[in-house]
Design a protein. Structure first.
Length: 467
């Protein structure tokens, strides 16, 4: 410990120092940026509120938010606004919905914003967006009255609807979360819904049909998952307390220990019975499940199941003949000597909305040993429903029996249930870089999420009854 800890600590200090030099090369500019951010954060009011977009792919802007209180984010492979439901893209509609006021870039002018508003702070350049209007809450029907934000903080958002006697659909400029709920000033509850951030969008913001007057939104409602596992947790707690109490009583403790000793003497006999009957039953169960899965609708395209290959893999160079790969049952891998190695694995090439971390899904991986290698994969599968597909690099040609050949980069395909079909996949592989292809059923990616149901077209009767 005395030899290792100082070295580890010193390496950590050096690494942090080096990272600082890489990500923060302009200390004076950052001081100016912090001062500017503090000034702008002080101007953020409930009626006039804005965010700053960083055109960077690093996360140091989070420190700026922590130090100054200015809301910031960047659009890359980070769930922006730190929520699953968040800003969808950098279109004008998205930027307006999420109250983006400033765009900040380093060592260059921002690609968005009014050039006439550009200011320079060291290596940082900042522009304002003309579309920003400061409205955190919006009425979706612009002709249906007016809404003002009276309170906007970490605890609640309070709005007031005026200029109408009818309920209106109000949306807030922040990502949806199932804990959000709303209450009218009269005490009546107003259900909260998930509204697409932009027309035809996949991600959502908070919305609610609200009656005229004041409504308060808070994030203290129940989640759909609340209470799951509660019964098992209570039982475990009761058993733990009972065990502690019983162990304190000498007579009970001796009785338990005697019982354990008797059961231990019987254990070899029980193990023998389990081996004699349990193992055959487990094999029969696995065989039955294998038969069922073999007849079921294909959830993903794969090359093998371990003991047997479910696909024929062939490879060649551009001007060569196709060679059939050997299948190793021990490694569940297809080998074409000197050409490619193909196997099943997990990839993250699919996502439902960028910017987003990809889904972890089964995928086919092929590693070339030649710079001009091609691969051809043939198999049979029962397709039915919607499938998401993607190639990690370049394109792949997918031919499904009864369907036209498709060139795939990233596609969503739908097939009717016509039983097992012949499938052929071909691709030109990148030079000396592992290539992957994903083909998975949509149900494996997007489970039912009823809490994302959109708001009704008209205000519910219960909302109309609020006075």
């Amino acid at each position: 410990m005395l030899r290792v800890v100082p070295g580890v600590w010193w390496n950590g200090v050096q690494r942090a120092s080096n990272d600082t030099r890489v990500y923060a090369p302009d200390p004076l500019g950052r001081q100016l940026l912090v001062a500017w951010a503090r000034e702008q954060a002080s101007t953020n009011k409930p009626q006039s509120w804005g965010r700053a977009l960083f055109e960077t792919d690093t996360h140091e802007h989070m420190h700026l938010t922590a130090e100054t209180g200015l809301p910031t984010f960047h659009a890359s492979w980070l769930p922006d606004l730190l929520l699953r439901e968040r800003i969808e893209d950098l279109s004008e509609a998205s930027l307006r919905r999420f109250n983006v006021r400033w765009v900040i870039a380093a060592d260059k002018s921002p690609s968005l914003g009014d050039p006439d508003t550009e200011i320079t702070l060291g290596s940082f350049r900042i522009r304002q967006l003309e579309s920003w209007d400061g409205k955190f809450a919006r009425i979706e029907d612009a002709a249906a009255g007016d809404v003002r934000v009276l309170r906007l903080d970490d605890r609640a958002v309070e709005i007031e609807v005026t200029g109408t006697t009818e309920p209106v659909l109000v949306a807030l400029g922040t990502g949806y979360y199932p804990r959000w709920r709303a209450h009218h000033a009269s005490g009546a509850e107003e259900p909260v819904y998930a509204l697409p951030t932009i027309p035809d969008g996949k991600l959502h913001v908070i919305s609610a049909w609200v009656a005229p007057g004041k409504t308060t939104f808070t994030v203290d409602g129940p989640l759909p998952s609340d209470g799951k596992g509660r019964i098992l947790s209570i039982l475990a707690l009761v058993l733990a307390i009972a065990g502690i109490v019983a162990w304190k009583l000498r007579r009970v403790r001796f009785a338990v220990l005697n019982r354990l000793a008797l059961e231990r003497r019987r254990l070899p006999r029980l193990v023998g019975l389990a081996a004699r009957f349990g193992i055959p039953l487990a094999c029969i169960a696995l065989l039955a499940r294998g038969c069922r899965d073999d007849r079921a609708i294909t959830q993903s395209l794969e090359l093998g199941t371990g003991l047997r290959a479910t696909a024929v893999v062939e490879a060649r160079t551009t001007d060569g003949e196709w060679q059939t790969c050997d299948y190793s049952r021990l490694e569940a891998t297809h080998y074409c000597e000197g050409l490619v190695v193909a196997t099943d694995g997990m990839a993250a090439t699919l996502n439902d909305a960028a910017p987003s971390w990809g889904f972890n899904t089964p995928a086919i991986f092929v590693t070339p040993n030649e710079p001009d290698a091609e691969v051809r994969i043939r198999l049979r599968a029962r397709l039915s429903g919607t499938y998401w597909t993607a190639a990690s690099a370049g394109t792949a040609t997918l031919e499904v029996e009864g369907d036209e050949p498709r060139v795939i980069t990233r596609s969503i395909l739908t097939y009717g249930d016509e039983g097992e079909r012949d499938i052929e996949l071909r691709a030109k592989l990148p030079a000396y870089d592992t290539w992957s292809f994903t083909f998975v059923h949509e149900d494996t990616l997007l489970p039912p999420r009823p809490f994302l149901d959109p708001p009704p077209v008209a205000a519910p009767p219960a909302i109309r009854a609020i006075r």
